[in-house]
Design a protein around this ligand. Structure first.
Ligand SMILES: *Cc1c(COP(=O)(O)O)cnc(C)c1O
Length: 350
């Protein structure tokens, strides 16, 4: 490696922005003429929204979703003015004005939020932009049945609101056989029929693969942009995005019966060679993980391949985030977001 920072770093996380953009193009091609947004919440699933957002903008993406207002405020200056930024968690009484100031669009999740946003619009004498979320089964965010009825009976509540989108979120789109998918689709259509005409959005990454009926006017992929497989048990249509390498800090031989690490959770069954690698809590490995190191049994690896100072690969195209996740009993989303900020980051193919 030529970069001196990388030569000295004890662990390097390489993030392929070109692959993220290719994945966005793949998903966009899948939905034809439908708008393809990007979900960049949780700091673009741990990979760095300030880098990922502008790269996707250059690829053609114009709609970006985050969870919190703070994330939107941080992202606003790095995205050109014609990029729309939506906040999934919506407004609360102290934050409404900040949405207007920063040119960020809230997702309104309850009648209280609809009313508050309408009131602010009246005070300002302008129509304020918003997305309306209806709950179709997630039972997390969005207007429930009764609230939807109330709004349908009194559509004037929306008269000061520039309704950019009506959206809902799928529960189990990655499992194509789940009946809840069809049920949510039907509920979403019924809700749209009751509300003022607006563009609609239902699909996350996995929802895109449920077919045209689920695409509406805009799709909201997150995980698939970052390489996570969108459909359970099917070949992954998107490219891997990350590579994580940790440096071997030390290797040592231990006798059979000796144990390793905090609380001695692993005991060597034979004379073993142990490599200590500079990667902390994030990867699922047998035995206990220390704050910034893991220990690996490398007895069967040829010694010359593991000289102290070597960078070894802990995640890449071959050892994919989904594979790591299934070994750890979790999902790719968690592996990505738990990588954290402690590795030297190298962004490639911008
Ligand atoms: C996180 C999220 C998405 C993206 O979901 P993925 O499964 O990562 O594609 C889309 N919509 C909403 C409302 C979300 O919270």
């Amino acid at each position: 490696m030529s970069n001196p920072e990388q030569t000295s770093a004890s662990a390097v996380l390489t993030i392929d922005l070109g692959a993220i953009c290719d994945n966005w193009r793949t998903l966009k091609a899948k939905v034809g003429g439908v708008e393809c947004a990007a979900v960049v919440k949780a700091d673009a699933y741990g990979l760095g929204a300030a880098k990922v957002g502008p790269a996707l903008y250059r690829a053609g993406c114009r709609h970006f979703f985050v969870a919190h207002l703070n994330e939107a405020i941080a992202l606003r200056p790095v995205l050109p003015g014609d990029a729309a930024l939506y906040v999934l968690h919506g407004i609360h009484p102290d934050s409404e004005r900040d949405f207007v100031t920063h040119g960020v669009v809230p997702v309104l999740n309850s009648l209280v939020q609809v009313k508050a946003w309408g009131k602010l619009a009246r005070e300002r004498g302008v129509r304020l932009p918003a997305v309306l979320q209806v709950d179709t089964g997630m039972a997390r965010l969005g207007l429930g049945c009764e609230e939807l009825e109330t709004l349908a009976e009194a559509p004037g509540m929306l008269s000061e609101i520039d309704l950019r989108l009506i959206m809902s979120h799928l529960v189990s789109a990655e499992n194509q056989a789940e009946v809840i998918n069809d049920l949510q689709l039907a509920r979403f259509r019924a809700a749209l029929a009751r509300l003022p005409k607006a563009r609609a959005s239902l699909a996350n990454s996995s929802g895109i693969f449920l077919g045209r009926d689920y695409h509406f006017d805009l799709v909201r992929p997150g995980a698939a942009l970052y390489g996570v497989a969108p459909i359970a048990g099917m070949p992954n249509p998107v490219r891997p995005v990350i590579k994580l390498e940790g440096r071997v800090i030390q290797t040592r031989w231990i006798a059979a019966g000796n144990a390793v690490g905090y609380s001695h959770t692993w005991t060597a069954p034979r004379r073993s060679r142990i490599a200590t690698v500079a990667v902390g809590y994030c990867l699922p490995l047998v035995g206990n993980v220390s704050m910034d190191t893991v220990t690996l049994d490398v007895t069967d690896v040829p010694a010359h391949e593991l000289a102290e100072g070597t960078l070894i690969t802990l995640a890449d195209d071959a050892l994919h985030v989904d594979k790591i996740a299934s070994r750890a009993g979790t999902i790719g989303y968690e592996v990505l977001t738990r990588l954290g900020n402690r590795y030297l980051r190298s962004y490639i193919n911008d």
